[in-house]
Design a protein around this ligand. Structure first.
Ligand code: NAP
Length: 249
């Protein structure tokens, strides 16, 4: 497909920023979604433009339907018809045992990771489905190894939210298979980003590295490479795949 136009939620930091850079280098125009950190989003956008790419930054909380619509409306208006979505925005809440986790934390995590991913996938499918006159496209959902590991003692609610994301991948891939849309998941393992600081343990990647078969945490670009492949025409027969990229975890 020529002239690919892809929305990356949380495309401003961490894994999402690496995905934005990779897709832009592969020729995608990128809609960079973010929630709070405008400076980080603008910094990634400057890099993309300096390398000759096209992009737009849009503040949008994925858990809010009106924000999701605004995100896609701006991308369509500024860049053109959407052909891709990377559902990357995600949060964990503070680390802790399940019984000590606040119900509000659980609700927030489900709102962002599950409802947010569903709302974005719904709007993307409506834009891209050949049944609705769209050009077809691809969706990659950034899940987590937690979806099958369960994350006991750390964030069981987050693991549950990511299992929901993978269930969405399987169902949507089948529902949209004849409408020109491929849907896949990537499950990162332990990756060096600010998410660990946000959960209250900035040194978590180093602390947990000995439990990873490869004995190290991954880098955001190692996840972005898998996302970019699934978004590319090289993955033309891959749909419904859940691809673990976790150093053996
Ligand atoms: P991160 O460094 O904390 O970055 C999170 C990104 O998501 C930021 O761009 C942030 O925007 C955005 N975001 C957060 N909440 C949002 C919301 N409600 N609406 C829109 N955007 C929102 O996280 P990361 O480590 O790169 O994680 C990216 C994805 O990978 C997540 O889905 C995460 O669960 C998954 N993952 C990460 C790891 C890991 O070890 N890092 C492992 C497995 C899976 P602002 O900067 O504006 O807040």
């Amino acid at each position: 497909m020529d002239n690919e136009i892809t929305v990356v939620t949380g495309g401003s930091r961490g894994i999402g920023a690496a995905v934005t850079r990779r897709l832009a280098a592969a020729g995608h125009a990128v809609g960079i979604g973010y929630r709070d950190d405008r400076q980080a989003a603008e910094a990634v956008a400057r890099e993309v433009r300096a390398n000759g790419g096209r992009c737009v930054t849009v503040r949008a909380d994925v858990a809010v339907e009106a924000d999701v619509d605004h995100l896609f409306d701006v991308v369509v208006a500024e860049l053109g018809p959407v052909t891709g979505l990377v559902n990357n925005a995600g949060i964990t809440g503070p680390l802790g045992r399940f019984t000590e986790t606040a119900p509000g934390t659980m609700r927030n995590v489900v709102q962002v990771n599950v409802v947010g991913a569903l709302l974005c996938a719904r709007r993307a499918a409506r834009e891209m489905s050949t049944r609705r006159g769209g050009r077809g496209g691809a969706i990659v959902n950034v899940s987590s190894g937690a979806a099958t590991l369960g994350s006991p003692g750390e964030y069981v609610h987050y693991a549950a939210s990511k299992a929901a994301v993978d269930a969405m991948t399987v169902g949507l891939s089948k529902e949209l298979a004849t409408e020109g849309i491929r849907v896949n998941s990537v499950q990162p393992g332990l990756v060096h980003t600010d998410i660990h600081r946000a959960m209250g343990d900035p040194d978590r990647p180093e602390r947990k590295a000995p439990a990873v078969p490869m004995r190290r945490a991954g880098e955001p670009d190692e996840i972005a490479a898998a996302v970019a492949w699934l978004m590319s025409p090289e993955a033309s027969y891959a749909t419904g795949a859940v691809l673990r990229v976790a150093g053996g975890l």
